[in-house]
Ligand binder design. Structure first.
Ligand SMILES: Cc1cc2nc3c(=O)[nH]c(=O)nc-3n(C[C@H](O)[C@H](O)[C@H](O)COP(=O)(O)O)c2cc1C
Length: 183
C-alpha cells in the first residue's frame, strides 16, 4: 500500500482547499491511500517556546505522519499572491529541529494543488512554495498542475466537487503524482 499524507493550508470550516483534499482522498488510484493531516492546533512559531517546551504535540504528530507516508500532497490557498501565513508557519514548525529536516522532508515526493474563488486558482502561491520545497530538500513533482479557479462554482454546499471537468483533472493529477511516488 502506498500512502500519501495530504495537508490543507486553511483552517476555515468551509475551506475549498480542504474540500479539494477530501475529494482527492475519494479519487485515489487503487492501492494508494490518502491520509489527511491537519495544521489546526499548531501554535505560532516561537523560538523561546521551542527552547523551553520543545516541539508541540500537534507538530510532532504531523511530522510522524509525513515520515510514515511515501508522498506529501499540499492543498494551498493563496493569500496576497503568496503562501498563507498559517500554512507557512506549520511548515516552519515541521522543519524543527534542523537535524530532523532530512528525515521528514529529504527526498520526499511532494505535489502542490490549490483552489481559489479567483481566476488564477492559486498559481502564485504554488510558485511561492517552490523555494521552500527546494530548501527542505524535497522531491517536488512537476509533471502536472492543478489550479482550481472560480471555486464557488466547482464545489457544492457540502464541499463536494460538482464540476465533472475538475473532477477529471483531479483524478489525472493524482494518477500522475502517485506514479511519481511509486517510481
Ligand atoms: C488575506 C487574504 C488574502 C487573499 N489573497 C488572495 C490572492 O492573492 N489570490 C486569490 O486567488 N485569493 C485570495 N484570497 C481569497 C482566498 O483565495 C479565499 O479566501 C479562499 O477561499 C481561501 O481558501 P480556503 O477556501 O481553502 O479557505 C485571499 C483571502 C484572504 C483572507
Amino acid at each position: 500500500m502506498t500512502t500519501i499524507i495530504g495537508v490543507s493550508g486553511s483552517l476555515r470550516r468551509g475551506s475549498f482547499n480542504s474540500s479539494l483534499l477530501r475529494a482527492a482522498a475519494a479519487l485515489m488510484p487503487s492501492g494508494v491511500e490518502l491520509r489527511i493531516g491537519s495544521i489546526a492546533g499548531i501554535p505560532l512559531y516561537n523560538g523561546d517556546t521551542e527552547t523551553s517546551e520543545g516541539i508541540p504535540a500537534s507538530v510532532a504528530e504531523l511530522k510522524s505522519a509525513i515520515v510514515a507516508a511515501n508522498g506529501l500532497l499540499l492543498a494551498t490557498p493563496e493569500y496576497n499572491n503568496s503562501i498563507p501565513g498559517v500554512m507557512k508557519n506549520a511548515i516552519d514548525w515541521l522543519s524543527r529541529p534542523p537535524s530532523d529536516v532530512k528525515t521528514v522532508f529529504g527526498g520526499k515526493p511532494v505535489a502542490i494543488m490549490g483552489a481559489s474563488p479567483g481566476g488564477f486558482g492559486t498559481i502564485l502561491s504554488q510558485n511561492a512554495w517552490l523555494p521552500v520545497l527546494r530548501t527542505l530538500g524535497t522531491k517536488p513533482w512537476f509533471g502536472g498542475r492543478l489550479m482550481v479557479s472560480r471555486a464557488e462554482a466547482v464545489f457544492d454546499e457540502q464541499g463536494k466537487i460538482k464540476d465533472d471537468a475538475v473532477k477529471k483533472q483531479l483524478e489525472k493529477f493524482l494518477q500522475g503524482f502517485t506514479a511519481f511516488v511509486q517510481s
